[in-house]
Design a protein around this ligand. Structure first.
Ligand code: HEC
Length: 176
């Protein structure tokens, strides 16, 4: 009993001396340090603002897709455990709507943003800008949204018109 009391006293004193140094829990990193890192302020707007320089085409993307994405998304972007990325264009108004990048996403620039910050899901931030342009080209060319020989870069990607571009209505029409 006395022993247990002594141990808890020691623990109490220890925890107090830890907190005495810092008024906060020592978790995470200060926001000002985070904001200087490359993984911050990455948002790419629909019109392509903040896209990095780089380039890639569908043939390059096909190889990368096989290496980094196919295990989860299927050999051609459909048919495995993760979300289908291609196909189903026009299905949204059918009895069985299927939301894929090709059928649902209104802006092609989102594809770059999404892949850069989160894919492959087990190794985010591992791909270069050129690789992400190539992967975007591969995914978009699967449904003929761009031709197979189109090079995507910071100029051409924002010009790609997605099939569902007009499928959204603005909640705040007077702000546009
Ligand atoms: C280990 C499995 C895994 C790998 C590898 C992987 N993904 Fe994913 N991906 C997922 C999962 C799971 C989701 C769904 C995430 C969610 O909805 O939150 C997803 C979602 C996506 C989406 C969004 C789909 C949508 O309609 O919302 C895109 C685009 C995408 N992945 C592209 C890629 C690309 C490109 C690669 C290769 C560089 C890749 N993924 C590799 C598991 C994976």
């Amino acid at each position: 009993m006395f022993m247990a009391f002594k141990i808890s006293l020691v623990l109490l004193l220890l925890s107090q001396s830890c907190f005495a140094e810092s008024p906060h829990q020592l978790l995470g990193k200060p926001a000002d340090k985070l904001s200087q890192q490359g993984q911050w302020n990455l948002t790419i707007t629909p019109d392509g603002k903040n896209l990095p320089k780089g380039k890639g085409n569908s043939a390059q993307g096909a190889k990368l897709f096989h290496q980094h994405c196919a295990a989860c998304h299927g050999p051609a972007g459909i048919g495995a455990s993760a979300e289908p990325l291609v196909g189903e264009v026009g299905s949204l108004t059918s009895e069985y709507p299927e939301k894929t990048v090709a059928s649902y996403w209104p802006y092609a620039t989102t594809l770059f943003d999404y892949i850069r910050r989160s894919m492959p899901i087990n190794d985010p931030f591992s791909l270069t800008a050129d690789e992400i342009y190539a992967l975007s080209a591969y995914i978009l060319s699967q449904d003929g949204i761009i031709a197979n020989d189109v090079e995507l870069n910071e100029e051409t990607l924002p010009k790609v018109i997605m099939p569902n571009h007009d499928g959204f209505i603005s909640f705040y029409p007077d702000k546009h």
